[in-house]
Design a protein around this ligand. Structure first.
Ligand code: CUA
Length: 297
């Protein structure tokens, strides 16, 4: 487990499994005793004691203990840290919109990847503009629904640096199964350095021929690349797209070839994706645009 919440839920699960195992053996043992070994009438007093012990005292003790342990564990989870990091995550058909608060207080947009500092309590503000999605990073915390028209807060504390997989856990349309994301848990210093870098405008030259083609073909109406004229809000922000772990929400690697594949065969890669394929462009132009995007580290 790489998160406090997932760790505590796993401990609770194993406690319930063991307790259920012991109870199962006790019940089965008693049944075997009653049907096989014991013959003839049982003394009334012995029967009464067994009914009281097995039917009242033992269940009260065991169930009371398990309820207490459960309530105690759950009350320690999902307690927000008012000063802590907040990240807004919106589930959309079929990708993830992510926004951090930058070092200067302005929002920093990203997509399909969430970076978090290890050992800190983080509050994720979960929402959706279209249908119900469900946000789940199994190794770090329990899942929570993303419901149109409201913001659900998921509090979690990642404990171990590493890269984890997150998924959408609620059927949300054709490409529900193609809606994943990476969670990169970093040491707090490295996270702060990364966020400062992420807040910067695009690094590539604004004279790049790929940018001119990107704008000419209208890509900037849906996608933003900070520091350029592209400021669309419909699709993922591409300012640092090449620094992410995947393309298309966890389905393709971030390479020039994959970018070309995405631009020309969008709906084969992701059925019903909102982005139309741009296979009408000459191959050389697609390669130039993909080359530009692949340089946006
Ligand atoms: Cu989003 Cu399933």
């Amino acid at each position: 487990m790489a998160g406090r919440e997932a760790g505590e839920m796993a401990s609770l699960l194993w406690l319930l499994v063991w307790a259920a195992g012991v109870i199962w053996i006790l019940v089965l043992g008693t049944a075997v005793y009653a049907t096989g070994i014991s013959r003839g009438p049982v003394d009334d007093r012995v029967a009464n004691v067994m009914i009281l012990a097995g039917g009242v005292f033992l269940p009260t003790l065991v169930l009371g203990g398990l309820v207490t342990w459960t309530v105690w564990t759950m009350s320690g989870l999902r307690v927000p840290d008012e000063q802590g990091l907040r990240v807004a995550v919106s589930g959309e058909q079929w990708w993830w919109r992510v926004a951090y608060e930058g070092p200067d207080g302005n929002p920093v947009a990203s997509a399909n990847e969430i970076r978090l500092p290890a050992g800190e309590t983080v509050t994720l503000e979960l929402s959706s503009p279209d249908v119900i999605h469900s946000f789940w990073i199994p190794s770090i915390a329990g899942k929570m629904d993303m419901i149109p028209g409201r913001v659900n807060e998921l509090v979690l504390e990642p404990t171990k640096p590493g890269i984890y997989r997150g998924v959408c856990a609620e059927y949300c349309g054709t490409s529900h199964a193609l809606m994943a994301f990476s969670v990169v848990v970093m040491e707090p210093d490295a996270f702060a350095a990364w966020l400062a870098e992420e807040a910067r405008p695009a690094s590539a030259s604004s004279a790049h021929e790929g940018l001119a083609l990107f704008l000419e073909n209208g890509c900037g109406a849906c996608h933003a690349i900070r520091g350029t004229e592209a400021d669309g809000r419909v699709g993922p922000d591409l300012t640092h797209v090449a620094s992410r772990k995947s393309l298309g929400a966890g389905i393709l690697p971030v390479t020039q070839a994959a970018l070309e594949e995405w631009i020309t065969h969008t709906r084969e890669v992701k059925p019903d994706a909102r982005m139309p394929p741009y296979d009408m462009l000459p191959e050389a132009e697609i390669a130039t645009i993909a080359g530009y995007l692949a340089s946006l580290k």
